[in-house]
Design a binder for this molecule. Sequence first.
Ligand SMILES: Nc1ncnc2c1ncn2[C@@H]1O[C@H](COP(=O)(O)OP(=O)(O)OP(=O)(O)O)[C@@H](O)[C@H]1O
Length: 242
Amino acid sequence: MAVIEIANLMKRYGELTAVADVSFSVEDGEIFGIVGPNGAGKTTTVECVEGMRAPDSGTVRVLGLDPRRERAAVRRYLGIQLQSSELPARLKVWEALDLYSSFYPEPADWKRVMAEVGLEDKRNTAFGKLSGGQKQRLSIALALVGNPRVAVFDELTTGLDPQSRRDTWALIRSIRDRGVTIILVSHFMDEAERLCDRLAVLRAGRLAALDTPAGIVANASVPGVDRPTLEDAVLALTNDPR
Ligand SMILES: Nc1ncnc2c1ncn2[C@@H]1O[C@H](COP(=O)(O)OP(=O)(O)OP(=O)(O)O)[C@@H](O)[C@H]1O
């Protein structure tokens, strides 16, 4: 079953066409990655899924609902990762979780979510005193506290040390194993390869490829490289002057 369906999405900012024509579906229980260079339209695409931007044309459906016209209903099903700078510095970890869970009609038990992301021992710590990795884990917890069917993570592990990145990947897998469908916007090809079931590769607002990471590598034509990596394949697709 498709949880998210995007058909011929187009979005302009004035003269600039950020998303020209993008179509894909995300299946229930997938970890679906969106990759591509800066400015390719990744964030704009997920903002249309979240209902934060109105498409100029095309359709977006989340569990069959229109994220603009049925925004309140869609918000109940979607967990969105905050940019970590968006929380007040003095808010404590438990207060943030308690506050966010109050926004949802059927929230998860925030104490369980706090334990799942490994922040129990920081429950009384103010947001401003957390390390970068702990802030990131709190932002993941806040995306999960509403008990979402779909969670959207944009640049999940940017700025994290190698161990924290691996811990975050394990956390994302365990969230998926609980039945949450995940959309991940990433610049890290190792992350996309290890975590994602399928990838949409965007280039200048269009789909350059839609396949499993292994499928993208297998179909890549990277001149002069015998055994291309996913990064080689994605760079070849997104640098193609066609
Ligand atoms: N609010 C806005 N107003 C005007 N132009 C915008 C706005 N948001 C994004 N853009 C432009 O739209 C294009 C696509 O931006 P978008 O943020 O969707 O790309 P992205 O693939 O997420 O890039 P990045 O990897 O740098 O985050 C870019 O050229 C960007 O400058």
